[in-house]
Write a protein of this length. Structure first.
Ligand SMILES: Cc1cc2nc3c(=O)[nH]c(=O)nc-3n(C[C@H](O)[C@H](O)[C@H](O)COP(=O)(O)OP(=O)(O)OC[C@H]3O[C@@H](n4cnc5c(N)ncnc54)[C@H](O)[C@@H]3O)c2cc1C
Lengths: 966, 414
């Protein structure tokens, strides 16, 4: 059975291009231009999905993605909306959340139990006895949820796009098109988006038989296409409007991030359901859906139908259906007075009986709710209550509902608009808009197409004035004329409790009464308790009725009842589009390739990749130890390019450093280094490094590899606050740094550099500038690893050359490159802490024996006030060194294992090395002060019930007299 | 089907009373006034009645119950904190939570899913070990686990993070980690508090607090003045407004925190997964939605607006962890305000103003503390001394620089 109509003017399908597709394993045919729902309907398939909770059969309701009746899976993709899923050749779709299929769903049994599952039932049961809840929850989780994900699904990254425009117009209906053309002809750069594949909005379904309207539509399109400055984007959803008109546009392929100078929302309205018994049966649909079926897809919505109406739209709908060969058996008008416009006479002329002051009381179905058999219509009393005893049965296979509208105002709300409920139109309309935001058309409460066009023009002119266009003639605002397009209460009680308010969540009218009775009497509480509006269509068809119902229960106005907060997104959008192609910075030093070739075991260190050591992974310990021994005995070379390198210049440079660091810098001589220790405001150790003075107003500062990015930002922040005359340049990526360390380092270097490296000429903690291997370099004499050493800073582009020259020159001395792990071992032997490794988020200098680095009598530095307080207090812990007798104990202690005294935590291991050049395991730990003196025993818990004893020793372990680095 | 539901099917009228009385008038005086009808304020009212027999109590809520952080959070409950003070406190909360549905006779959907905090570097694995060691010592089920175990528990996770991010080295695994229905916690405490006599006034904003000679004597509301000698501020993200009323300085700063939820899916993710380096955490609700969040917005702001940047970066990180998700749709995003402290621990207890009690500094981690903060604050109000479990959290710790550092355990994990 097919219900495809003869060709319709302006139809969206291409009859030249038929397509084969499958639904629930059955093959059908449709056309290019169809959506899955229209193609199925054309094939006589009316059960497109099942409801979330009771698994009731559902068909087309809005055909506009305003409901979630028809959610399908296609291959790996799920929760797709059949109402807007373009038909493709070979498409294989199936309904989500069924046990069986859409037409035979074994979970339909849930509907029988519905009276035992009142609103919020899951709060009232299943929690006692406690041990059974996990079982119940498991069952509930299984029946909840919609589509299934495919764990194997993969997708390449989608790109994102940026865009700019003067005026973004959302919605290409009569108002949006008129506005776009007017703004475009003024020369404004306009982007016009519409979620439908074709522009036109209600021109393409509601006014198809109105020649004048079609004439206007065509003209508007012609004018639009003639303008290059209008960028029309059909198939594009404006997903959310963020601060300063930063708008997320989604199309099938990507997210476009748009900065608009002004935004005009002409998004229209969602036609609203009426609430009556079985109002969700397949065959019952919105009037607009019936017209979309006919005019866009040339599909007959039903053969014999009843219209439930409350506005002039319903009457035009009746004529439209009749003109397309549909037998309209009755038009029930909720309004006792009926329709005052000429539309009424037109309907009467076609012989369609009109029942005034009538509603549909209930729908009758057959085949377990899958097919509509008819409706019982009945009169309403003066209070609007149905009088079923006077009901009449009207056989039909379809119902079209046209009782009112609710604004598609989400984007307006997000952009800061306020709405007011206007009884003239029984609708919320924007009544205060922030500068640069405009609204026009149906969303603004304007319902006839000529008025919508005028309202679009009016708004476009206001936007043009806002955008500073000269010579704009402003237009008066348009107001709605005639009876209200929306009924104030199209909602009818029924003892059968299948009169649904929210189709997504299967919430019926009595649920609201019951929720109210339980005290959920505020719109937000109602939403959260009943879950109205929380389903996949986010209340597009249910929020307004919920507000009407609540207002009645509260005996309050709709204005006072209010709305829930609107949040992005307009329609659900894929994570993949939001994610886009990600920018994952991974930093490699200029020597990266060399390390790899040399067998470096590369590991992530923050955003950097660094060699941990060189050699096979299964010889980690041996490799590290042999590199360490080489440094101690002759010479080694390490790439320390990841160090933060900051240049601080300007007349206030020294003053700035005095405020940031705990030490003194005003009197620091040039060509000298000082240790720099920085704290945060709570006195916690934040960073350390060396500070080289190159000239009076020129310092060169190093910072830790991991912390330097954040530290640099922090320095910028303090500079703002201090208002000092300093420049801070981050040279981290621009320069490479190489540390040449070991007793032979001077001999390796001496013939390669322009600098006199003799001990007296270039002493420990000196800094010199000159050349190394012919390259301009800054050299610093530091001793992090505890040996004679030179840190050589050169432009990144020359790093490889310098490195190779050094490596060659070192070969006669047995020079080896060494990695980060080796460096960690060497510095540990030398008792140097690593900030962030041996210190934690609360370590203050005294605890880490760093008080020597704090200058006395300095008026201020960051953290000084906290440190003053802390210095008054007894220490609660101290960083100490310890050694273990035996490298073979198992389990061997790990960093962050705790130290116990009986049952009390008295400390924590911060660093440990199993093998060292000192031939015994050693480490550092925080311990309570009473355990800090050399010789104390530390009981390190290594596993439940197991501990290893360490012995506190004084630091440094290696070369305590500091003879080697001098 | 549980027999409790039978009555609904077989009675003509909905057999459920109002969850709490509708009291139209404010009394001129209460023994205690609680500002804020979030979970904390309501729980405090409940325990004041239950544990201390103090029933002449008003809870004043400017909006609707649970409309602040309580209704916006991602409902993660856990106790694997870093400091003994913190871990002990949150563990007591977890223990209350485990029996709370029964106690309040309201199904809070307290669902123990198991909580993974992923480590993407040896450094973060070190911190996880520290937490695990402290936790184990205090009897909290918490351990460091390695990639094989993670993969076996969460087959969909990509331990290499698509090669874009540092790979996963291990995780802190906390089997009791749970999620709950956050709104229900507020409602159930409201009902319980009501039964012990407390009055709950929605749409009632406190506009000022009267202090004389260093002691509270009453509060002004937009519905009139109330005399009282005890005021509990339980307003989380609004605390700085309230402390201004009494002239109290705190180190609190307000930052927005955002979250988002996807369309419902059939169950596939059982655990709660947190990655601090990727700034993302996710769980699947009992309705089937993925509920996901990130770390704080990077600036101070008193606003609950959403941002696109958040949605973008969070989605990216989620896909880094779960590459099968790109086609899953996001339904909604939202934000709440967090009252952040420098040490990521709360500020609770007595203050220099007599009769003014603070329950604040809940930042991004306060939902899980709802039961225990209610209980300990009720004790503190009743006895006018800090409950043992919250002594370390008193405001005065900042003057003494005795911080309770939980940054490593609370910054993204919430
Ligand atoms: C996105 C997000 C995710 C989060 N995730 C988690 C998580 O996973 N786990 C976790 O433990 N925590 C989480 N949190 C934190 C948690 O939500 C809060 O810490 C917690 O809800 C605070 O509860 P509360 O009862 O103290 O305050 P709230 O619930 O915020 O209640 C305070 C109430 O006070 C009212 N109020 C304010 N001022 C006044 C006044 N002058 N007069 C009267 N009433 C007033 C407000 O309207 C509000 O209802 C998250 C927070 C956010 C924003």
């Amino acid at each position: 059975m097919t219900s495809r109509l003869p060709p319709q003017p302006g139809e969206w399908i291409d009859r030249e291009q038929p397509l084969d597709f499958q639904f629930e394993g059955v093959s059908y045919q449709g056309y290019t231009g169809d959506v899955l729902s229209s193609a199925l309907w054309a094939n006589g398939v009316h059960v497109l999905g099942r409801s979330f909770k009771y698994h009731r059969p559902r068909g087309i309701y809005s055909l506009a993605n305003h409901d979630a009746n028809a959610l399908v899976s296609v291959g790996s993709r799920t929760n797709l909306r059949a109402d807007c899923l373009p038909l493709e050749a070979g498409l294989q779709a199936s309904a989500v959340n069924t046990l069986g299929s859409a037409s035979r769903d074994y979970l339909a049994i849930m509907d029988r139990f519905s009276r035992f599952l009142p609103v919020g039932f899951y709060y009232k049961a299943f929690h006692t006895p406690r041990r059974l809840f996990p079982f119940y929850e498991k069952q509930m989780r299984k029946v909840a949820g919609l589509g299934k994900i495919d764990p194997q699904y993969r997708e390449g990254p989608t790109g994102k796009q940026y865009d700019f425009c003067d005026l973004l117009i959302v919605g290409a209906g009569p108002a949006g098109l008129s506005a776009a053309v007017d703004a475009g002809e003024r020369g404004l750069r306009v982007i016009l988006v519409d979620e439908n594949p074709h522009p036109g909005g209600s021109f393409t379904w509601q006014w198809q038989r109105n020649a004048e309207a079609q004439e206007r539509y065509k003209k508007l399109l012609d004018r639009l296409h003639a303008l290059e400055n209008i960028d029309l984007r059909p198939g594009t959803i404006a997903g959310g409007v963020y601060s300063d008109y930063w708008v997320a546009l989604f199309d099938q392929h990507r997210l476009t991030k748009l900065r608009a100078s002004a935004v005009l929302i002409a998004s229209g309205c969602f036609e609203q359901p009426a609430v009556f018994q079985n109002n969700d049966a397949p065959g019952i649909m919105l009037g607009s859906a019936a017209q979309r079926l006919i005019h866009r897809y040339a599909v007959q919505p039903f053969t014999r139908g009843v219209i439930l109406g409350a506005n002039s739209d319903a009457y035009r709908l009746a004529s439209d259906l009749a003109a397309n060969g549909i037998d309209v058996t009755a038009l029930c008008d909720l309004r006792p007075e009926g329709e005052p416009s000429t539309a009424h006479a037109q309907v009467e002329a076609t012989g369609i009986p009109v029942y005034r002051g009538f509603t549909i009381y209930q729908a009758e179905t057959r085949r377990r709710g899958k097919q509509l058999a008819g409706v019982i219509a009945c009169p309403l009393d003066r209070k609007g209550e149905p009088q079923p005893q006077a009901g009449l049965t009207l056989p039909c296979d379809g119902v079209a509902v046209s009782v009112g509208w609710a604004p598609d105002g989400g984007l307006l709300y997000q952009a800061g608009a306020r709405f007011q409920y206007k009884t003239e139109v029984e609708q919320f309309v924007p009544n205060s808009l922030p500068a640069g935001l405009f609204a026009a058309g149906r969303v603004n409460g304007i319902f006839s197409w000529p008025d919508q066009c005028r309202d679009g023009l009016r708004a476009a002119r206001e936007a043009a004035v806002y955008l500073g266009q000269p010579g704009v003639t402003e237009l008066d605002s348009v107001t709605h004329q005639g009876p209200s397009p929306s009924h104030p209460y199209p909602i009818f009680s029924h003892p059968g409790k299948h009169n649904f308010v929210d189709f997504d969540e299967d919430i019926h009218l009595a649920d609201f009464k019951n929720a109210h009775q339980e005290g959920y009497d505020n719109i937000e509480l109602v939403k959260r308790f009943t879950t109205v509006g929380m389903g996949p269509s986010q209340g597009k068809l249910s929020n307004m009725n919920a507000i009407r119902i609540l207002a009645r229960h509260n005996r309050a106005t709709i204005q006072a009842t209010g709305t829930t907060t609107s949040r992005p997104f307009q329609h659900p959008v894929p994570l993949g589009h939001l994610a886009g192609r990600r920018f994952h910075p991974l930093r490699r030093t200029p020597l990266d390739a060399w390390h790899r070739q040399a067998g470096g075991q590369m590991a992530h260190a923050g955003s950097w990749l660094r060699p941990e050591y060189y050699g096979p992974a299964d010889q980690r310990d041996q490799s590290i130890l042999s590199e360490a021994n080489q440094v101690r005995q002759t010479v080694g070379l390490i790439d320390v390019s990841t160090l933060g390198k900051l240049q601080i210049t300007g007349p206030d440079a020294a003053e700035f450093l005095e405020r940031i660091y705990t030490g003194r810098f005003h009197k620091q001589p040039t060509e000298r280094l000082r240790y720099g220790l920085a704290c945060d405001e709570t006195g916690t150790v934040l960073e350390d490094g060396v500070i080289a003075r190159l000239a009076d107003d020129h310092f060169y500062v190093t910072a830790t590899s991991g912390g330097s990015g954040a530290f640099y930002r922090e320095l910028l922040r303090w500079r703002q606050i201090f208002q000092l005359n300093v420049q801070i340049s981050n040279l981290t990526g621009q320069l490479a740094a190489i540390n040449l360390a070991g007793p032979e380092s001077r001999n390796v270097l001496k013939d390669l550099t322009s600098i006199d490296v003799a001990g007296d000429a270039f002493p420990y903690l000196g800094v010199r500038r000159g050349t190394v291997a012919g390259v301009a370099a800054t050299l610093m004499r530091v001793g992090f690893v505890g040996e004679l050493g030179y840190e050589i800073h050169v432009p990144a582009s020359s790093a490889l050359h310098v490195w190779e020259v050094l490596a060659d020159a070192g070969r006669p001395f047995g020079l080896k490159p060494f990695g980060v792990e080796t460096q960690r071992l060497l510095r540990l032997e030398k008792g140097h802490l690593i900030v962030g490794h041996d210190t934690d988020a609360l370590t203050h200098p005294a605890e880490a024996d760093l008080n020597w680095a704090i200058a006395k009598n300095k008026p201020f530095f960051v953290g000084s006030r906290s440190l003053e307080i802390l210095q008054q207090r007894p220490l609660t812990r101290q960083l100490v060194g310890f050694r273990l007798a035996d490298a073979d104990v198992t389990p061997f202690p790990k960093e962050c294992h705790l130290i116990f005294d009986g049952d009390t935590i008295v400390g924590r291991v911060t660093s440990i090395a199993r093998y060292s050049t000192l031939k015994h395991p050693l480490g550092m730990a925080f311990v309570q002060p009473r355990l800090a003196s050399p010789g104390s025993q530390l009981h390190i818990r290594t596993a439940p019930g197991k501990s290893v004893v360490g012995e506190v020793c004084s630091l440094p372990f290696y070369d305590p007299e500091n003879l080697r680095q001098q | 089907m549980p027999h409790r539901l039978l009555k609904f099917g077989f009675s003509d009228h909905h057999p459920e009373p109002r969850m709490f009385r509708e009291v139209s008038q404010l009394k001129p005086e209460y023994d205690a006034v609680i500002i804020g009808g979030g979970g904390h304020g309501l729980a405090a009212a409940y325990y004041l009645g239950k544990d201390h027999g103090i029933s002449n109590v008003a809870v004043l809520e400017q909006g609707y119950l649970g409309g602040g952080g309580t209704g916006r959070n991602t409902a993660i409950v856990r106790s694997n904190y870093l400091t003994p003070e913190g871990a002990r406190f949150y563990q007591a909360s977890v223990e209350l939570f485990q029996d709370l549905s029964r106690e309040l006779d309201y199904n809070l959907f307290y669902s123990e899913r198991g909580h993974f905090t992923l480590a993407h570097s040896p450094a973060s694995l070190r911190t996880q070990r520290w937490r695990a060691e402290v936790n184990q010592h205090l009897g909290i089920d918490s351990q460091v686990v390695y990639p094989d175990f993670i993969q076996s528990q969460i087959p969909q996770i990509d331990l290499t993070c698509g090669g874009h991010q540092p790979p996963i080295h291990g995780a802190l695994f906390h089997p009791p980690g749970a999620i709950a229905r956050h709104d229900a916690v507020a409602w159930a405490y409201a009902r319980g508090a009501d039964r012990y006599g407390a009055e709950i006034h929605q749409q009632t904003a406190v506009t000022d607090i009267e202090v004389r000679d260093g002691a509270v004597i009453g509060v002004h509301t937009d519905r009139g003045y109330i005399k009282t000698r005890k005021v509990l501020s339980a307003v989380a993200g609004w605390t700085t407004h309230i402390t201004k009323m009494v002239g109290l300085t705190t180190p609190l700063v307000i930052y927005p925190l955002q979250a988002m939820v996807t369309e419902p899916l059939k169950p596939w993710l059982n655990h709660i997964v947190v990655s601090a380096s990727l700034h993302v955490y996710v769980s699947q609700s009992s309705r089937g939605e993925l509920v996901a969040g990130a770390s704080l917005d990077p600036y101070e702001l008193i606003s609950s607006r959403s941002t696109l940047d958040f949605a973008e970066s969070m989605s990216g990180h989620l896909i880094d962890l779960f590459p099968c998700l790109p086609q899953v749709n996001v339904l909604r995003q939202w934000a709440g305000m967090c009252d952040m402290t420098p040490d990521f621990s709360p500020i609770m207890g007595l203050t220099p103003i007599s009769g003014f009690y603070l329950d604040s500094g809940w930042g991004t981690w306060g939902f899980k503390a709802t039961p225990i903060s209610g209980k300990t604050m009720a004790f503190t109000l009743a006895n006018n001394r800090d409950h043992d479990l919250i002594k370390a959290f008193n405001l005065s710790r900042f003057e003494r620089c005795e911080l309770v550092g939980e940054k490593g355990a609370a910054s993204v994990g919430h």
